[in-house]
Write a protein that binds this ligand. Structure first.
Ligand SMILES: *Cc1c(COP(=O)(O)O)cnc(C)c1O
Length: 406
């Protein structure tokens, strides 16, 4: 064994912050040095119910004492239950469980292609995607996302993805060919910089799909499970997809993903054509069901909307006061973005100095994805930390400080 240049045995693929955590309590993370951080990163929209939520801990530990995994060679009643609950709450009739978002997208892509194949039109396999998209890091999903920096060096790009500008219906129409099978879009782009697809645009996509027998696929891996104040972001636009990929929030920290589809869209997915060893195992399903127990409680999502409004208002005041640091607030629900006037990495590092965790995104945005369970007091605390960071970075703050010193 040789010691690597970075002094670590891990792949050197992540630019990690020099921080490690030992415990989590609700919206707080406690580092190995005992320092407390307010967690507005939420494990990148994964810790939907915060850290060590008692209902999730109970569900996981109860299941851990009984049965972890049997594989999909056998019936998994907890899977049936979670699928039925997701179907009852959405447009979907059928659900396939995965371990990650990228796998949920792979299933969505395969479902769309098989739909046309099963109807005798296997020539339709191409999928339209949008600039700024992020759909995961498998070979197919990097091709779908279309970002050169993720595709480069990994051999021929997987064929079958055509990318057009976001929110450009003329470009969509022009890109459709007899080989087009589906349109894939995030209703609110996450990694791309908290960019909202207008409801009118989603409506037009729906109309095009209906006219031309294309499937509309929504990637709600980041926006799903209450993040925007609705169970799914598509409910805010009133536009229903045929297929939807989810992950992140549904596991609350346990790796769970799912592909949801209407009966018709799933019609090509017959025995033997797709599978997974780990997907939908008993531990994952126990946690997924427990997350839904909480998110579907009466009033939970209304409370997310109320909290999101309070947070957005606090952030808007910061943007007004320090426009040389934050020029705009974007997003929906508790998926908010600070559009930065200076490099977002600088803003993100300054927030960390204030012991507030956030996530950089594309388009020079810093994302805030706190647990949906955060308290009003934690919103005030978080907004105040962000205000202090902005003040510290602002030229205006500097000149005021210099002025008062003189
Ligand atoms: C995170 C994310 C993915 C990929 O999920 P993984 O679990 O990392 O594979 C796909 N789509 C969107 C919109 C995401 O935010």
């Amino acid at each position: 064994m040789t010691v690597s240049a970075t002094g670590s045995a891990l792949y050197n693929t992540f630019a990690r912050a020099p921080l490690a955590f030992e415990r989590g309590e609700g919206t707080w993370l406690i580092s190995v040095d005992g320092e407390r951080y307010l967690d507005f990163a939420g494990g990148i929209a994964v810790n939907s119910l915060g850290h060590s939520h008692p209902h999730l801990v109970q569900a996981l530990t109860d299941q851990a004492g009984k049965l972890w995994h049997t594989s999909n060679l056998y019936e998994v009643p907890q899977q049936e239950k979670l699928a039925e609950r997701l179907a009852a709450a959405t447009f979907a009739d059928r659900v396939f469980f995965t371990n990650s978002g990228a796998e949920a997208l792979e299933c969505a892509i395969k479902t769309a292609r098989r739909y046309h194949y099963a109807k005798g039109d296997g020539a339709k396999f191409r999928i339209l995607t949008f600039e700024g998209a992020f759909h995961g890091r498998t070979l197919a999903t990097i091709a779908a996302g279309g970002q050169a920096k993720y595709i480069e060096g990994f051999g021929p790009k997987v064929d079958g993805f055509d990318q057009v500008p976001f929110n450009d219906i003329a470009a969509v129409k022009a890109a459709i060919t007899p080989e087009t099978a589906a349109i894939l879009i995030e209703p609110l782009q996450g990694e791309g910089g908290i960019r909202l697809a207008p409801a009118s645009f989603l409506n037009e996509l729906r109309a095009i799909c209906d006219e031309q027998d294309l499937l509309l696929i929504f990637d709600e891996v980041q926006t799903g499970i209450g993040r925007t104040g609705k169970l799914f972001a598509y409910e805010r636009s009133g536009v229903t997809p045929d297929i939807m990929a989810i992950a992140k929030g549904i596991g609350g920290g346990f790796p769970v993903g799912a592909c949801l589809a209407s009966e018709d869209a799933a019609s090509g997915m017959v025995p033997g054509v797709h599978g997974t060893t780990f997907g939908g195992n008993q531990l994952a399903m126990a946690v997924g069901n427990a997350v839904l127990d909480v998110v579907l409680e009466d009033g939970f999502l209304d409370d997310v909307v109320r909290k999101a409004n309070a947070m957005k208002q606090g952030l808007a005041e910061i943007a007004d006061t320090y426009p040389d640091v934050v020029e705009d607030i974007r997003g929906d629900g508790l998926m908010l973005g600070l559009k930065c006037k200076m490099p977002n990495t600088v803003v993100n590092a300054k927030l960390r100095d204030e012991h507030l965790l956030a996530v950089p995104a594309g388009d020079n945005v810093v994302r805030l994805l706190p647990p949906l369970t955060l308290t009003d007091e934690e919103i005030r605390d978080g907004v105040e930390r962000i205000r202090r960071a902005a003040q510290g970075l602002s030229q205006r703050g500097l000149s005021q400080a210099n002025g008062s010193a003189a």
